[in-house]
Design a protein around this ligand. Structure first.
Ligand SMILES: [Zn+2]
Length: 242
């Protein structure tokens, strides 16, 4: 595949060239690329987002994708990048991360976002539970759950404290405060919308925070699997409602 072909393939998967940008340390938009590799341990396809900033290669792990074709996996990975809030929306241009402190905080929050998911998955896996990861509960809804029990119709979300506005750990940057408040409030109301949409489609939703101790998170998932069988249980379980 030529360089041009590779670029076109990425553009297509991202939904257009304009949708392939992240912000580097100085707030400049730089194009990113999805790289797919096969995990030697699990044999699963793992996606990461890569871009160059200050002459160095940056990487962000997006997680597993499990579609039958490369183009479907690339598409899925770009959706994960978008849903993780990594991509620069065109309308906000370069202004969205205007101080180095804000950017540093966003970077560390992003990096942390993925680890609690991995810990929860290994814990569930050790308990003998089998599930899909990073997949849409309802194919036609653009909502991706972190862990999915398709037989029980239980969707699990691990919400990052920063992006999903946990009241204990979020600290809104003082620069562009209004922007961040509305961005995080937007994420929160989208989460509530996701919950009702999935419940409408017969799913049971479990939400834990990245700060939820791993044993509590796993216990809540098990409770969700149990309660999903009952017609009378509430269809949404949250680690703590704050
Ligand atoms: Zn928190």
């Amino acid at each position: 595949m030529t360089r041009t072909d590779r670029k076109r393939e990425q553009d297509r998967a991202a939904g257009g060239h304009a949708k392939r940008f992240v912000s580097d340390e100085s707030g400049v938009k730089v194009p990113a690329t999805v790289v797919l590799t096969e995990s030697r341990r699990t044999g699963h396809v793992v996606a990461r987002l890569e871009w160059a900033a200050a002459g160095r290669r940056r990487r962000y792990s997006l997680g597993e994708v499990d579609h039958p074709t490369r183009s479907a996996n690339l598409r899925a990975a770009w959706l994960l990048a978008e849903e993780a809030g990594l991509l620069v929306a065109e309308e906000i241009g370069n202004s969205w991360a205007s101080s180095s402190g804000t950017r540093a905080s966003m970077r560390s929050n992003r990096a942390r976002d993925t680890k609690p998911e991995l810990r929860l998955r290994s814990s569930l896996h050790r308990e003998g539970l089998r599930f899909r990861v990073n997949a849409r509960p309802v194919a036609t809804l653009r909502r991706t759950a972190d862990v999915l029990f398709t037989k029980h119709k239980v969707a699990v979300f691990v919400d990052g404290c920063y992006w999903h506005g946990c009241s204990t750990h979020r600290s809104i940057p003082s620069t562009n405060r209004e922007f961040w408040v509305s961005k995080i409030e937007g994420n929160k109301s989208r989460d509530r919308e996701t919950d009702s949409l999935l419940v409408e489609h017969g799913w049971f939703v479990v939400r834990v925070w990245e700060h939820t101790p791993i044993d509590d998170a796993a216990a809540l998932v098990r409770l969700g699997l149990e309660e999903s069988k009952s017609k009378h249980a509430a269809r949404v379980l949250r680690a703590d409602v704050r």
